[in-house]
Design a protein around this ligand. Sequence first.
Ligand SMILES: Nc1nc2c(c(=O)[nH]1)N[C@H]1C(S)=C(S)[C@@H](COP(=O)(O)O)O[C@H]1N2
Ligand SMILES: [Mo]
Length: 325
Amino acid sequence: MHYFVRRPWDLPQHLHTEKNVFDDRGRHRRDFLKAVYGGMGGIALGSLLSGCEGPSLDELQVAGASEVNASLFPATRNADFEYGRDETDRREAAQFTNFYEFSGSKSVYKYIDSFQPLPWSVEVTGLCAKPQKFDLDDLLKLTDLEERAYRHRCVETWAMTVPWTGYPLRSLLEKVEPNPKAKFVRFETFNRPQEATRMRSSSFPWPYNEGLTIAEAMNELAFLTFGIYGEPLLKQHGAPVRLVLPWKYGFKSIKSIVKIELTDEQPATFWNTVNPHEYKFEANVDPAVPHPRWSQEREWMLGTKERFDTQPYNGYGDWVAKLYS
Ligand SMILES: Nc1nc2c(c(=O)[nH]1)N[C@H]1C(S)=C(S)[C@@H](COP(=O)(O)O)O[C@H]1N2
Ligand SMILES: [Mo]
C-alpha cells in the first residue's frame, strides 16, 4: 500500500522533497523518501554540488528510484558476502554505466529521462509446469529481499563494489516449476524504441538478451535484483528489475528484464551475436584469457581508479567453480 502518488522520475529533484507531492497515507512514504534522497540529497546535496565537479544529482537521475513497496528497503545485509575492498561511491556508480539501449557512452544518465519503467511485469515461460506473468509488486514480495555486497567486473576492465537488493533467481524459477528438459534460461530486456533511442538503430539485434545454463541460473550467486545502495534501482542501473551475476563479465547481468524463458537449447545472446569472437556465451571472469583487444589480467575501480589483479571467477570460485569442472 505504500506507493508514491506520482512517479519520482516524472518530477525534478527539488519537488521531491516537498511534502505536498505526497499524500498522507503513511509516514512510510516520507521515511522512504528520506532514505532515497537523504544520503545524496539534503545536506550532502549542497556539498556535492559545490565541492565536486561533474553532473548534478538531478542529472544522475537519483530521482529515478522505482515506485515500489517502500517498506521493503533497505533489506538486511547477507553476511556471507563481502567486497574484500572499499565500496564504490554511489555517485560514481550512477554516472558510469553501460546501457546501450540509451547510449554508447557511460553517461547513460543523460539519456534516460524518457524511460518509464512502470508499470512493469516479467513473464516467466517456456519449459515449466506453471508459466506465469508476475507484476513487479508480486515479484518484490515473492520472498524476503536481502542485500549483498558484490564485486562487479565489466569485460572492459572497469570494476565496482556495490550493495544490491534482491533474492536468488532460483526463488523465482522454482515458482514456475521447471521441466527436466529445461537446460538453459533466456532473459530479455524491454523493446521500446520510443523510450530508448538507440533501439531505433537496426545495427544491433534488439532487444538485449542474455542466457545461462540452468545450473548457473540455479546457483546461489545468481541474484535477481531490485535495488542498489539500499534503494530501488536507478533507471540507469536497470530499473526496476535486473540480473546480477558477479562471477561473469558484466554484460551477462542483463538490465530491465521483461521475459525469462526456460529452453532446451542455448539461446542467442546480444553481445555474442554482435561479436562472437570477443564475447562468449559463458563469459566467466578469467585473467588468463585475454580479450582479443586487451589483457584481462588487471582491473580498475570506478571512482578511486585503484587497480587490482583480476581473480578467476572474479573471486567467486568457491560458489561456482564446481559448475565448470
Ligand atoms: N539491457 C541491458 N543490460 C545490460 C547492458 C546493456 O547495455 N543493456 N550492459 C551490461 C554491461 S556491459 C554491464 S558492465 C552492466 C553494467 O551495470 P551498471 O551499469 O549498473 O554498472 O550491465 C549489463 N546489462
Ligand atoms: Mo560491461
